[in-house]
Design a protein around this ligand. Sequence first.
Ligand code: CA
Length: 234
Amino acid sequence: MDRKQTVLIVEDEKNIVDILRFNLQREGYETLEAYDGVTGLKLILEKQPELILLDLMLPGMNGFEVCKTVRDKGINTPVLIITAREAEQDKILGLGLGADDYITKPFSVRELMARVKTNIRRQTMASGQSAPGSRLDFGRVVVDKGAGIATKDGTDLELTQREFDLLTYLASNPGRVFSRQELMERVWNYEGYVGDVRGVDVAIRRLREKLEDDPAQPKFILTRRGAGYLFQHD
Ligand code: CA
């Protein structure tokens, strides 16, 4: 039996921590708590949780800085950002902080728990063993699904988990156009998602910045206006 999966809660509002702890433990997770960013970062490094729930506005070191520091250290633990304002979503996904997901306060506990499970499951799958035939080789671009690495011209693109999942999904079906709605459901695992799909556009933009020779003139990930996105290779 594996050890229990651990979720670290980094949040300075005690009542929210209480709600999160209660629900996470009821779902069988171990929990760790930090009420400021510096302590949160320390626990991430020492305890290596399976997932980090990260509030943005924290005393001392804020959530943006925590997330960026974690990624700069090469730690790819899923980070689910808790934000007070919907308007921050582009900033969260677009800043290149490497956050995997975000949820807006006040959040539904049921939705939050679904996101926690989804993000941990994705991470677990990505770190699984390499299987034969799990490489998508397009010449310049190679996606190694087993190893969880994508390269261009032999260089690791250093994608976040989400960017890797997105590229893998598109590249598994070259030439096929996927709608943003479809990508939100398949890559983000939001079954029947009816909300804002701009997060897909932001993730595509980030992915292009790493993948394309010229992100303004993409050659691998193309936009079909009004339809969606597709992967193509030469
Ligand atoms: Ca706060």
